[in-house]
Design a protein around this ligand. Sequence first.
Ligand code: SF4
Length: 314
Amino acid sequence: MADKPKLEITLCAPRGFCAGVDRAIQIVELALEKYGAPVYVRHAIVHNKYVVEGLRQKGAVFVEELDEIPPSEAPVVFSAHGVPKSVPADAAGRNMFFLDATCPLVSKVHVEAQRHFSEGHEIVLIGHRGHPEVVGTMGQLPPGAISLVETVADAEAFVPQDPGKLAFVTQTTLSVDDTSAIVAVLRRRFPAVVGPHREDICYATTNRQEAVKQVAARSEVLLVLGSANSSNSVRLAEVGRRAGATAYLIDDAAGLDLAWLAGAKAVGVTAGASAPEVLVQGVIERLAEVFEVTVEEPDAARETVSFKLPKAVA
Ligand code: SF4
């Protein structure tokens, strides 16, 4: 048999699960253990097909809106992305037993937006239209209180009611570089704008993008494990492309097309904050079937963030 071609795999570190995803999944799993199936989950608990399917098999029932849930005493979990204020109000009105798996770093942005509003500021939210986190953050305040800005062009065109009373907040899973360009436009046009020191992008998003920049710069191909609806996973592929690699976003090893690696000597592998490590290992195993692989993982700052569980499942 011919020798297998050599392939150097560099694993990005950190990669994969963040503290908010870990907590959200635990809330559903512990609710299933404590209260039994079904446990209803409003929206995909985190944007990852493998995770959602695994929880479905354990008895989680995923819905998009509360009115899809039949009258029941079963727990209802709100996803990690956060929900508009109307959702817990609606659940309380229906006497539902609900558990909020909103990531505490998303809740922090909700609190910031509320504070700006109570101080009389008009608020700009930098984010992607339609993403559930954006829907949730905008839904913390009355309609019209928050304006969405998605691009540098939007920031250039934005006309505030009073440039002296303007604040901004951001989605947590954006591109660090794109967001800093948008913030720079807001600060230039409206010097009195108030907001976070840089943006509200979370530690996990920032660290994973930084790791991808390093690895993609010395890889021909970058494989990002994550689902297409996962904002932070999609951003990782974009960051990898900008750093010079040909990047692909795949759900799992089955999504890998070996033709992408024809002639490649160095491949980088990472995983979005909602993608479990087992998927990364599956890709390495698949690559090892056809290549003689060496696997390297540069040292990285270890993440020590963890969040408390709600009392109802702790
Ligand atoms: Fe929280 Fe960031 Fe993870 Fe989203 S990516 S769940 S904001 S830690």
